[in-house]
Design a protein around this ligand. Structure first.
Ligand code: NDP
Ligand code: OXD
Length: 321
């Protein structure tokens, strides 16, 4: 895989993430390929063939006459969608490591709410010994919004535990044991049969602000749990945070787990910190691992240079996910 110093260079721009681990991983795998770490880019950028980016400024993508591929360092590409990018394929992360991490987090959150763990934690603090009614998994309906790479894996894992699982996506799916609802015309039917709503949607103009009070009000209220639950690990801007707080306070939502927020880090003054029955995690459901993901990217570059093979995870630049 090792290339010569005249190979197209990599420009790494990891935004708020520390670049060292990414740069070290690239150097270890490709010691001879030139690597520039933003903002240390050369004034003549004609040697740059690949950009590896996360939440980066427009300037990273300017004057790249010989750019071949742009790699997002995460699965989401909303951080790129507003930029003026050269007309080259944009590749997002599709990787077993990331998928396994997300699946773990989603299963954990579904079970936390299903098994009433927040109540038991409160009881433990109060030294109370009180068993709550516990429905079977197959009496609880989980609805997964976004049945892509992460949504499908999570839906399958939840279904394997016995839950009654459906998914909602733009286009219909045929996944064994998982009912498929597609498009806005079927959103209402999907919500009405959902007790625990899991959101693994990308952030696009269609999904911005979707998780709001009118949608929460359409969730099932005749289920085996005390009320509907929201779990979101997609993007924070898909949720209206004041609506989540109000819905948790007035019982429209019985519980929630959020891993993503409109503003990250979640500001200390956010009312979400004090909202009842809410589990907050700091955008850690599926962190990008520099070692695992760089190995994948370097392999993809090698295949592209060998015979023009395009990587998995090419982004549809009209839909931006
Ligand atoms: P995919 O592109 O594989 O899947 C996206 C899914 O969302 C698809 O099923 C797609 O439908 C569906 N979708 C998109 N727009 C709409 C819409 N308007 N209405 C209904 N369905 C829609 O993405 P991934 O599964 O790989 O990742 C999903 C998101 O998870 C990422 O974009 C990112 O925001 C987030 N993420 C969060 C992480 C974290 O640590 N919290 C880590 C990694 C990712 P269709 O299949 O029909 O196209
Ligand atoms: C991602 C993320 O999109 O970490 O991969 O949020």
């Amino acid at each position: 895989m090792t290339q010569g110093s005249d190979s197209p260079a990599i420009l790494l721009s990891s935004g708020p993430w520390a670049p060292e681990a990414w740069a070290d991983a690239v150097r270890e795998l490709e010691p001879k390929r030139p690597l520039h770490v933003w903002p240390d880019a050369p004034s003549d950028r004609s040697g740059i063939g690949y950009v590896l980016a996360w939440k980066s400024p427009q300037a990273v993508f300017d004057n790249l006459a010989n750019l071949r591929l742009v790699f997002s360092l995460g699965a989401g590409v909303d951080h790129l969608s507003g930029l003026d990018l050269p007309d080259v394929p944009v590749v997002r992360i599709v990787d077993d490591d990331l998928t396994a991490r997300m699946t773990e987090w989603v299963v954990l959150q579904v079970l936390m709410h299903h098994r009433r763990q927040l109540v038991y934690q409160r009881q433990q603090v109060a030294r109370q010994w009180r068993a709550l009614a516990q429905p079977r998994a197959d009496e609880v309906r989980v609805g997964v919004m976004g049945l892509g790479v992460l949504g499908e894996a999570s839906a399958r894992a939840i279904a394997a535990l016995g839950f009654d699982v459906a998914g909602w996506s733009r286009t219909p799916k045929d996944i064994d044991g998982i009912a498929s609802y597609a498009g806005n015309d079927n959103l209402d039917a999907f919500l009405r049969r959902t007790d625990i709503l899991v959101c693994l949607l990308p952030l696009t103009e269609a999904t911005r602000g979707l998780l709001a009070r009118p949608l929460f009000a359409r969730l099932a209220r005749d289920g085996a749990l005390p009320g509907p639950v929201l779990i979101n690990a997609g993007r924070g801007a898909s949720q209206v945070e004041n609506d989540v707080v109000a819905a948790l306070r007035d019982g429209t939502l019985a519980g929630a787990s959020l891993d993503v927020f409109a503003e990250e880090p979640l500001p200390p003054a956010s009312p979400l910190w004090d909202a009842p029955n809410l589990i907050v995690s700091p955008h850690v459901s599926a962190p990008s691992s520099p070692a695992a993901l760089t190995r994948r990217i370097v392999r993809q570059i090698a295949a592209y240079e060998r015979n023009g093979t395009l990587p998995d995870g090419i982004v549809d630049r009209s839909a931006w996910y």
